[in-house]
Ligand binder design. Structure first.
Ligand code: DC
Length: 228
């Protein structure tokens, strides 16, 4: 049986997470938030004091990546994320853990260790895969590839709203600087850099509402699933 795969790649704060969840609910597909895997690995390595020893303890870190004890539990309020049985849903969304993830994401051996885990999400009837390299590296066979972007300024403003909603005190300039630094690291890294697949549908969401982006996406996906 064919498993339909929709990939959504793009920079941090482009709205990928929200839209991927909406698409998964709309098509009743599974959902892979690959950024969460990198965040969980970053947090786990940090908790074990290994984040500063990624080079010298690489074999051990890759083993931890392969065996990471994580669960995504669907609840009425959304998806709850467990690491070693502990609820880390909120913790992994902090800027701090985003930085941990970004360090982990530049190590080829750690990316390779997360590969099988990501492929395992591709189950019938379909999958919406959200990340940086979903179309270019993990699911090049995907029927519908979307690249969602937005200006750094509008992404920073959205992230500020999101973090303030979680009760955190944040400054837009700090967030903007973080976003620009992370973009640079994601786009310039040697392995699986952030870039649109050659056959991706590119959407700039800077001036669009979530509903407007959702409509563009479903129009595109419906067409792609018909022809494939
Ligand atoms: O999308 P996010 O902010 O949750 O991603 C966290 C970090 O993980 C970010 O620095 C990019 C990295 N990442 C990656 O390298 N590849 C992916 N498929 C997803 C995320």
């Amino acid at each position: 049986m064919t498993v339909n795969i929709i990939t959504i790649d793009g920079p941090s704060g482009s709205g990928k997470g929200t839209l991927a969840a909406k698409l998964a609910a709309h098509y009743q597909y599974h959902l892979l938030d690959s950024g969460a895997l990198y965040r969980l690995l970053g947090l786990s390595l940090h908790n074990q004091d290994l984040l500063e020893k990624l080079d010298s303890e690489l074999t051990k870190c890759a083993e931890i990546a392969t065996n990471l004890d994580i669960k995504f539990v669907t609840t009425g309020a959304g998806i709850q994320v467990l690491l070693d049985g502990e609820d880390v849903t909120q913790t992994i969304r902090t800027e701090h853990v985003g930085e941990f993830a970004s360090k982990v994401a530049v190590i080829p051996e750690l990316r390779a260790a997360l590969l099988a885990r990501q492929h395992a999400f591709a189950q019938a009837p379909g999958l919406v895969a959200d990340g940086r390299d979903m179309a270019t590296a993990i699911f090049p066979e995907a029927q519908a590839k979307i690249y969602l972007t937005a200006s750094a300024q509008s992404r920073a403003q959205r992230r500020v709203n999101q973090l303030q909603g979680m009760g955190l005190d944040v400054k837009i300039n700090d967030i903007l600087a973080n976003i620009e630094a992370r973009d640079k690291r994601d786009m310039e890294r040697a392995i699986a850099p952030l870039k649109p697949a050659t056959d991706a549908y590119i959407i700039d969401s800077s001036e669009l509402s979530i509903d407007e982006v959702f409509k563009l996406m479903t129009n595109f996906v419906d067409k792609q699933l018909l022809v494939n």
